[in-house]
Design a protein around this ligand. Structure first.
Ligand SMILES: Nc1nc2c(ncn2[C@@H]2O[C@H](COP(=O)(O)OP(=O)(O)OP(=O)(O)O)[C@@H](O)[C@H]2O)c(=O)[nH]1
Ligand SMILES: [Mg+2]
Length: 361
């Protein structure tokens, strides 16, 4: 899963990126002075530790979240000279946007969360509109070939152009069930439409509003709710300090500030909800590992996230729930209790399944 950290300038994107990746980022992408940094965060998962407490193993491998730290996006001037397309080029392929909204006041610059969110949305729409306008003439020419792909592309462009011109994001069309066919989805992906992406709003609050009771954090929460998106409240600056500390000191600092947990687990949970994702696990003496799949995926599809051979040669899966391991203490005891299930190709994966895949290629 890959997420783009986006927002207006100086809202705390890089501070958050560094805190989430523990400064482990580094690879720079993009050109033209528009540099983005890519980093990886391990997603904390207590179920991994729980499994490993019953199945001794050499290493724990958590699911990971790839993060792209995008440059700040300045709202276009009155001439409409939008640089949004250039700035957003680095997030055209991400699965979701993490939109950081400034709810802190660095001194003399009062927060204006609602206006900032509206301004940023406008930039997303302008960026897509530019792409659409430059793609349309060619799409019209190509569609004369009567080739299906060319016609699909033109159809999608013609549907989204008026919506964008009207100042609405493509996301709103998707939420209304439009453009839902696989072919239309493929075109949207090809076009890299940024306003089609789901958004996790991050209210970046100051130290004195860590629970998000202030009007700006509330506005962020309300906007996310109204759009059917997700939101989290955090202080990027505090998170950046937390990652520098040892576990005991971190717990003490969280306690002192009245924060229940660091931001990363909550942020990851919100992203899973937003994107309809869930986890399954593989466990053995070499490694205990978490895997991320979409809700609704079948056992062979889940196997395919591990290796295409396991999907291709799928015979069956032996599956039990993490909770059953906690209750019975070993896989042997789970089998003896008759709780180890043999599932075939049509089995739909459930959150927290622990799997052994049997395959033959
Ligand atoms: N008070 C306060 N200041 C913060 C917080 N987060 C970031 N800042 C400050 O805001 C300034 C900008 O932070 P960055 O993380 O560089 O912001 P950015 O969004 O990456 O900025 P650009 O990449 O230039 O758009 C820095 O001086 C940070 O120390 C916060 O939670 N509270
Ligand atoms: Mg930055």
């Amino acid at each position: 899963m890959e997420v783009g950290i986006v927002g207006l300038p100086y809202v705390g994107k890089t501070t958050l990126f560094r805190a989430l990746t523990s400064g482990a980022g580094g690879v720079e992408t993009g050109g033209g002075g528009m540099k983005a940094t890519v980093g990886v965060a391990d997603i904390p998962d207590p179920r991994l530790d729980l499994i490993a407490s019953f199945i001794p193993t050499q290493k724990l491998i958590p699911a990971t979240l790839r993060l792209v730290d995008a440059p700040g996006l300045s709202p276009s001037g009155p001439a409409g000279d939008s640089t949004a397309g250039k700035v957003l080029a680095c997030v055209r392929e991400v699965d979701a946007l993490c939109h950081v909204v400034r709810c802190f006041d660095p001194g003399g610059q009062p927060a204006a969360a609602m206006k900032d969110m509206e301004d940023f949305e406008t930039e997303l729409i302008l960026a897509d509109l530019q792409t659409v306008e430059s793609a349309l003439p060619k799409a019209e020419r190509n569609a004369r070939s009567k080739e299906k792909k060319a016609i699909d592309r033109l159809n999608v462009l013609q549907q989204i152009a008026p919506v964008l011109e009207d100042g609405r994001p493509i996301r709103a069309m998707l939420a209304a069930g439009e453009l839902s066919s696989p072919d239309e989805q493929a075109v949207l992906r090809e076009l890299g439409m940024v306003s089609a992406k789901k958004v996790l709003y991050v209210a970046n609050v100051s130290e004195d509003d860590v629970s998000g009771e202030g009007p700006h954090a509330k506005a962020v929460h309300e906007k996310a709710k109204a759009d059917g998106m997700e939101s989290v409240v955090l202080s990027a600056e505090i998170e950046a300090e937390l990652v520098e500390l040892e576990d005991a000191d971190r717990a003490e600092m969280l306690d002192g500030l009245g924060i229940s947990e660091p931001a990363l687990p909550a942020l990851a949970r919100a992203l899973y909800r937003l994107l309809g994702l869930q986890s399954f696990y593989t466990a053995g003496p070499k490694e205990v590992r978490a895997w991320t799949i979409r809700i609704g995926e079948s056992a062979p599809e889940a196997a395919g996230t591990i290796h295409s051979d396991i999907q291709r040669g799928f015979i069956r899966a032996e599956i039990y729930k993490v909770d059953e391991l906690a209750a019975h203490k070993s896989e042997k005891a789970i089998k003896e209790a008759g709780k180890m299930r043999a599932e075939g190709k049509s089995y739909i994966m459930q959150d927290g399944d622990v799997c052994h895949f049997l395959f033959n290629v």
